[in-house]
Design a protein. Structure first.
Lengths: 115, 115
């Protein structure tokens, strides 16, 4: 099976702009989660989508949003970009996330740079 | 509150010698614990996970970890380090008690392997 794919791999934006990142999960996986990785804050959970519904949410401001489509593909959007949003954004998928033991498989990430 | 602490931010070992990466967690219930590895400019790869079955968990590439409830620890070991083990390692716990995924990560341990 193909792994988790994320597009684009690299993005450069300026402050105040908005950005959309895309994630295609492993075929058959219904749960998609998003994480932000920065040198200062490490890896932080953004949100999780399952069957087109947000099921879990981290502690990020409302500028960060996401959605999931009927084919389980997911997008995340960041509006009004700030310098601190520069990070590696990782997407992870799992089969159904029925329990906390579910294994999440990560994509290669999208490197966002905000100037 | 649940959290994960990786006790060493950097570990340096010689090739062929054992590797020990330490992880402590705090949780009010029995958690699911994971170890992931991240090579430069890559996403996260699962090494192993603990899901309340056997306390000694074997993973890929010769890694294993032991869950010790009394010590709230989940340390990762490998008997003999290889140059390809140079990477950053993350311990994580799934905070979602109900269905769903919400990983909380430790700060990471960067492993340097000397020839």
């Amino acid at each position: 099976k193909a792994g988790v794919t994320q597009t684009p791999r690299y993005l450069i934006k300026t402050r105040g702009q908005q950005v959309t990142l895309s994630c295609s999960p492993i075929s058959g996986h219904r749960s998609v989660s998003w994480y932000q990785q920065t040198p200062g804050q490490g890896l932080q959970f953004l949100f999780e989508y399952f069957s087109e519904t947000q099921r879990n949410k981290g502690n990020f401001p409302g500028r960060f949003s996401g959605r999931q489509f009927s084919n389980s593909r997911s997008e995340m959007n960041v509006s009004t970009l700030e310098l601190g949003d520069s990070a590696l954004y990782l997407c992870a998928s799992s089969s159904d996330g029925r329990g906390s033991t579910d294994t999440q498989y990560f994509g290669p990430g999208t490197r966002l740079t905000v100037l | 509150a649940q959290s994960v602490t990786q006790l060493d931010s950097h570990v340096s070992v010689s090739e062929g010698t054992p590797v020990l990466l330490r992880c402590n967690y705090s949780s009010s219930y029995s958690p699911s614990l994971f170890w992931y590895v991240q090579h430069p400019n890559k996403g996260l790869q699962l090494l192993l996970k603990y899901t309340s079955a056997a306390t000694l968990v074997k993973g890929i590439n010769g890694f294993e970890a032991e869950f010790k409830k009394s010590e709230t620890s989940f340390h990762l070991t490998k008997p003999s380090a290889h140059m390809s083990d140079a990477a950053e390692y993350f311990c994580a716990v799934n905070l979602s008690r109900a269905a769903g995924n919400k990983l909380t990560f430790g700060g990471g341990t960067r492993v340097l392997v000397k020839p």
